[in-house]
Design a protein around this ligand. Structure first.
Ligand SMILES: Cc1cc2nc3c(=O)[nH]c(=O)nc-3n(C[C@H](O)[C@H](O)[C@H](O)COP(=O)(O)O)c2cc1C
Length: 133
């Protein structure tokens, strides 16, 4: 990290505030889930609402499966499930559905936030894709 940034981020409170500002204001949708098998949503930013129509209050406690439907490619979900079970990251595209039921191509990446070797939460960075794989 550049020395000047390292100096600015010395305090834990500042580090948290910087991360929160980035995540809250990202143009990309950001979802954070717990690290259990269920993968319950803990946080969704404003861009998630713009992308899917669901507010954070509507999705906290649910799982990202609310976005899936009949045309969602099960092979992509299998690949994701396997990656998560090994603690690996994932990137893929699949049909998802907005709150109003309209389908769109979700292009997303899922990464673990680890402390040591243990995934504490999962983070997803999501945007509308142009083509399924
Ligand atoms: C952080 C995170 C974000 C996810 N975001 C999406 C998503 O945007 N769209 C989607 O179809 N599945 C998403 N999922 C995947 C599902 O929650 C679930 O892991 C996937 O369907 C595989 O598990 P299953 O076969 O038990 O359903 C996400 C998972 C995690 C952990």
């Amino acid at each position: 990290m550049a020395k000047s940034l390292e100096n600015a981020l010395q305090s834990e409170a500042v580090r948290l505030s910087v991360l929160k500002a980035l995540v809250d204001n990202s143009f990309d949708s950001i979802l954070i889930t717990d690290a259990t098998k269920a993968g319950k949503i803990l946080y969704a930013n404003k861009a998630f609402k713009r992308l899917t129509g669901y507010s954070q209050a509507e999705v906290v406690g649910k799982t990202p499966r609310i976005l899936q439907g009949p045309a969602t490619d099960k092979n992509v979900l299998d690949r994701l499930r396997k990656a998560l079970s090994k603690g690996n990251s994932f990137e893929g595209r699949a049909i998802n559905y907005k709150k109003n039921g309209s389908p769109f191509i979700m292009h997303w990446r899922v990464v673990p936030a680890k402390v040591g070797k243990e995934a504490k939460v999962w983070l997803a960075i999501q945007r509308e894709g142009t083509a399924v794989e």
